[in-house]
Ligand binder design. Structure first.
Ligand SMILES: Cc1cc2nc3c(=O)[nH]c(=O)nc-3n(C[C@H](O)[C@H](O)[C@H](O)COP(=O)(O)O)c2cc1C
Length: 270
């Protein structure tokens, strides 16, 4: 399967089949996770957790007991770095037929933090169940998906811009990068807010975060930066696949932006 096919077929899975995660699948995921780097070079430690042993639960997840959780130092850009690495793991799991849902809120967080022995100065941004999808979604899952319009995404021209904000980028204008932008468009995000915006200036793609009010917590933790890391991940993986060599930098080009936007990072495309 191509990365774009994997991205297209992935959805959050909240209802599982009840079958145990096969040992070989668990091992493959943890081996992959150990090498799931991010462009910020911030390390994340990954844990495979057993819900029964550690008393873990989520009101939205049914019929699996296995979870993956990541913890890291609470440093600048931790959110983007985590989103990038976690999404690589999510897409790898999808390629194995294993369902996931990135969860930041709807879980008993203290139990997860205890299970990974979270220390002062560390953060556990998100967790995900791992398992095989049930044939049918639970009613709660169906309602949740409706609530956040999980099957829809903003249009290409609402997310991507040509040279400056205000000038929509068309798929035609994106040329060979069309599928790279499409891969970003389809990314998952918290409450499906899709905060990523990209301005393509020549061979540079500048990423911006469009802030939704109320998403930065009192301690300055910004969950939408996790979404930005996911978007960067989709861009890089899809670019690699279409044969475009990309390199990453954080260097604000100083474009004119509205007050609800902030610069995240840039990919240079060769
Ligand atoms: C950073 C982040 C946090 C999320 N937190 C939760 C959560 O707490 N509970 C939940 O059910 N889904 C959560 N989700 C899943 C999103 O609701 C889901 O990705 C989005 O609605 C799009 O649906 P899809 O993943 O099926 O494409 C989260 C996703 C992301 C990226």
């Amino acid at each position: 399967m191509s990365i774009l096919e994997i991205i297209r077929s992935r959805r959050s899975v909240r209802s599982f089949s009840g079958a145990d995660l096969r040992q070989e699948d668990a091992e493959k995921i943890m081996a992959f996770a150990a090498g799931a780097s991010n462009p910020y070079d911030i390390p994340v430690s990954w844990f495979l957790l057993d819900a029964k042993k550690d008393g873990l639960s989520s009101p939205v997840i049914t019929d699996t007991n296995i979870w993956i959780a990541g913890k890291m130092d609470r440093v600048s850009h931790a959110e983007e770095a985590f989103g990038f690495s976690f999404e690589k793991i999510v897409l790898f799991a999808e390629s194995l037929g294993i369902g996931t849902t990135i969860i930041a809120g709807t879980m008993n967080r203290p139990a997860f933090e205890k299970a990974v022995s979270l220390a002062e100065g560390e953060v556990l941004p998100c967790v995900s169940p791992l398992g095989y999808p049930a044939k049918k979604m639970s009613l709660r899952e169906i309602m949740m998906r409706k609530g956040v319009r999980a099957d829809s995404r903003l249009n290409f021209g609402e997310l991507f811009f040509d040279g400056q904000f205000g000038t929509a980028l068309t798929p035609e204008k994106a040329g060979r990068l069309k599928n790279v932008f499409e891969a970003v468009r389809l990314a998952p995000s918290a409450v499906n807010k899709q905060p990523w915006r990209i301005v393509l200036c020549g061979n540079e793609a500048h990423f911006y975060e469009k802030h939704t009010k109320g998403y930065i917590s009192g301690d300055n933790w910004d969950i939408q930066k996790i979404d930005m890391g996911i978007a960067l991940c989709h861009f890089e993986l899809a670019a690699e696949e279409c044969g475009a060599a990309v390199s990453f930098k954080v260097d604000d080009p100083g474009l004119q932006i509205s007050a609800d936007l902030s610069y995240t990072a840039t990919y240079m495309i060769n």
